[in-house]
Every structure is written in C-alpha cells, then in structure tokens.
Design a protein around this ligand. Structure first.
Ligand SMILES: NC(=O)c1ccc[n+]([C@@H]2O[C@H](COP(=O)([O-])OP(=O)(O)OC[C@H]3O[C@@H](n4cnc5c(N)ncnc54)[C@H](O)[C@@H]3O)[C@@H](O)[C@H]2O)c1
Ligand SMILES: O=C(O)C(=O)C[C@]1(C(=O)O)C=C[C@@H](O)C=C1
Length: 302
C-alpha cells in the first residue's frame, strides 16, 4: 500500500498508472504536478488525481513514490526541481520511452541521490494523449521494463516493480543500452516510418483524393502517426544513434526490394513477403498468448 504518490505529467501514461493503482485500492493519495494547469484540472475532474500540487515542495512532502511521465527531454529539469524536496524514503521512477538519456539526466541532476531513482518503461500505450486518454487497464498483461542502476537498493527496485505489478504489468529487466537498441528497432523506427508516410501523402497535390480512398490497411499502418509529435521528437533525438542504425538497415532493405521490383523479380518479392508473413504470424500468436488475461488468483503482484 502506497500512502502518497506523485505523478509528474498527468497524461496517458501517468494517468493510467494512477488509475491502475486506484482501481486496485493500492494508493491512499495521488498528487499531480505538471506544466499545464488545464491538464491537471481535467485530471482532477476525471478522478485520476486527488490534488494538483501548487509546487514541487508541496507535492514531494511525505511521498512514497514519484512517477515522471512527461516527454523524456524534461527528465533533467524535472528532477532538478524535485531534488531540494526529495525525502529519504521517496523513490522516484520514470516511464520514458528511452533509457540511456534518462539515466544520464538523472545522474547529472541527482548526483549522489541517484540511488533513489529507478529507471523504468511500461511497454504499453496508444496514440491518444492527455488525461482523457488514461485508462486503468492500460498495463494489464503488458510488460514493464526496469533498467535499475547499480546504486539502487533491492528495496527501491521492489517498490517500483510492485507498483507496476499492481497495475497488472509483468516486470522485465534490461540494461539502458540493451533497452534503447531493442526499442529503436520495434518502436522508434515504426513511428518514424508512419509519420514519414502520412507526411509524404499529405504533401502531395492530390492528397484529398488519396485520403478519401485510404482504408483499413492505411489505418493499421499509420495509427501511430496520430501520436504526440513533441513526445516523438524527444524520443527520436534521445535515441538518435540507435535509430539511425535501424533506419539505415531499413533503407538498405527498401533499396533491395526496389531493385527486385524494378527487375520484375516476383519470386524474390514473394520470398520476402512470405518470410515477413511467417514472422508476423508467429509474433502475433506469441504476444496474444503472453497477454491473455490471467484468472484473478494467477495475477502477478497478488
Ligand atoms: N504514449 C505512449 O504510448 C507511451 C508508452 C510508454 C511510455 N511513454 C512515455 O511516457 C511519457 C509520457 O507520455 P504520454 O503518452 O503520457 O504523454 P501525454 O502527452 O499524454 O502526457 C504528458 C504530460 O506531461 C506534461 N508535461 C510536459 N512537460 C512537463 C514538465 N516539464 N513538467 C511536468 N509535466 C510536463 C504534459 O502537460 C502532459 O500532461 C513520455 O516520456 C513517453 O516517452 C509513452
Ligand atoms: O500503441 C501505441 O500507440 C504505441 O505506440 C505504444 C508504444 C509502442 O509500441 O511503440 C510506444 C511507445 C512506447 O514507449 C511503448 C509502446
């Protein structure tokens, strides 16, 4: 049971964490801290937070756990603003989609108090943003990756892991470097590609005609281009090197496919499509089995 938690950035991710803990009856008081008074007022109206803090000092008094859920470039400034009020029992974690930059920002901002910061990343989301998008079940059956620091105590890591488990998540551990390589390939590149395709079509002179006939294939491929541009700007720049590596590999694949297409090499195209179809089906089956809702007595964290 957490007596008091603080959510810094009460949008989709922070709001869903608060709602998940509240639904489980695992938190006494939820305080929101943010840059938009309007978003905080809305979060209060929706019952996500119990109180919008007037200042970092008010927010941090007596806090058990603090979740940073703002765009990743805000991590350093936010931690610097919290540090003067960081009490010894308070553990701070984050939900940022990149980890090496977050760890570097935490070390720079917190210095020898960095042992109180446990880096994390829930592998769940959607393309809508803000408090209205928050739902209590967002993390149910999904993974949360923790990338603990050597300075973290087992108790600090357990506190963060237990909170995510209470929201229904399954805990995985990666180093920050491993994390950023993996998510460059399976999350950051797909977002860049979806944005690129929609931007390309939107800039064509006959865009209206194209959008008029775009259907479910286009919707599935581009759903994530509806995501927050600020958030994805920060993620792209924070993980630039790994993302550039994945982009180069993808460009090579496109160049290869282009050549096969130009040569009318149907067999080569079909072989690539068949390999992708096999891999996609196997992935889908595995993920659906892993995320199947558990019976209440089998749930993690209980
Ligand atoms: N959206 C996803 O699918 C997803 C999934 C996993 C992790 N994340 C990560 O979670 C974090 C939040 O994403 P989200 O989707 O909830 O975004 P969101 O836009 O819904 O919410 C972010 C909130 O942070 C606030 N904010 C911005 N700058 C701030 C600052 N300096 N101080 C305090 N509050 C500030 C905004 O006003 C907003 O309310 C990001 O770091 C993102 O990388 C997102
Ligand atoms: O479902 C979505 O809309 C998402 O983009 C979620 C998604 C992803 O799968 O890429 C996005 C960013 C994260 O950090 C984790 C998950």
């Amino acid at each position: 049971m957490l007596t008091k938690i603080v959510i810094v950035g009460v949008g989709l991710i922070g709001g869903s964490f608060a709602l998940g803990l509240k639904a489980a009856g695992a938190v006494g008081h939820v305080v929101g801290l943010g840059r938009s008074a309007q978003a905080l007022a809305r979060a209060r109206e929706l019952g996500i937070i119990d109180e919008a803090a007037a200042s970092p000092q008010d927010a941090m008094r007596g806090a058990d756990l603090v979740l940073l859920a703002a765009p990743v470039a805000q991590t350093g400034p936010i931690l610097a603003s919290l540090l003067p009020y960081l009490e010894p029992q308070t553990i701070v974690t984050d939900a940022g989609s990149t980890k090496s930059d977050v760890v570097a920002a935490a070390r720079a901002a917190l210095g020898d108090r960095v042992n109180q910061f446990v880096p994390g990343h829930p592998i769940a989301g959607r393309e809508s943003n803000g408090p209205d998008a928050a739902i209590p079940d967002l993390y149910r059956g999904k993974k949360t990756v923790l990338a603990p620091l050597p300075e973290n105590t087992p108790e600090a890591i357990d506190k963060v892991a237990a909170a995510w488990r209470t929201c229904g998540a399954v805990i995985h551990r990666l180093t920050a470097e491993e994390h950023d390589k993996v998510f460059a390939a399976v999350s950051h590149l797909p977002h860049l590609l979806a944005y690129a395709l929609v931007d390309d079509i939107a800039n064509k002179p006959h865009a209206d005609l194209l959008f008029q006939y775009a259907a479910s294939g286009f919707r599935d491929f581009t759903r994530i281009a509806g995501s927050s541009p600020e958030m994805w700007r920060d993620i792209s720049l924070a993980n630039r090197d790994a993302l550039l590596g994945e982009l180069d590999a993808y460009l090579a694949q496109l160049t290869h496919l282009r050549a096969r297409l130009a040569a009318g090499d149907g067999a080569a195209l079909e072989a690539t499509y068949a390999n992708a179809q096999r891999a996609r089906r196997a992935w889908n089956e595995a993920i659906e089995a892993a995320e199947k809702p558990l019976a209440p007595d089998q749930e993690s964290g209980k």
